[in-house]
Design a protein around this ligand. Structure first.
Ligand SMILES: [Zn+2]
Length: 88
């Protein structure tokens, strides 16, 4: 009984459609890195609206995705950082 109440408190109204609520969902998250490179991170828990399918990736999930990309494509984020530096 108390478990159900606790869970209900966590419900968050959707920013997109304002009628749905976000539900935790565990997915294999697909990231398109560039035209010919992509990366799938398994078992990432994100929040998805039960009405319009809008998705929220919290900081824990995005960390999981980033570290998985870094593992599969070492230096991917370093390269990105370098790109953002001003050219000499
Ligand atoms: Zn929604």
């Amino acid at each position: 009984m108390s478990n159900i109440l606790k869970h209900a408190e966590k419900e968050l109204q959707c920013f997109e459609c304002e009628t749905g609520t976000y539900k935790d969902i565990t997915v294999n998250y697909f990231s398109q890195l560039s035209l010919d490179r992509s990366c799938v991170t398994e078992d990432v828990t994100i929040q998805r609206c039960d009405t319009c399918d809008a998705e929220i990736i919290d900081s824990k999930a995005s960390q999981m995705i980033e570290s998985n990309i870094e593992r599969n494509f070492p230096g991917y984020y370093d390269k990105w950082k370098t790109k953002n530096k001003s050219r000499l």
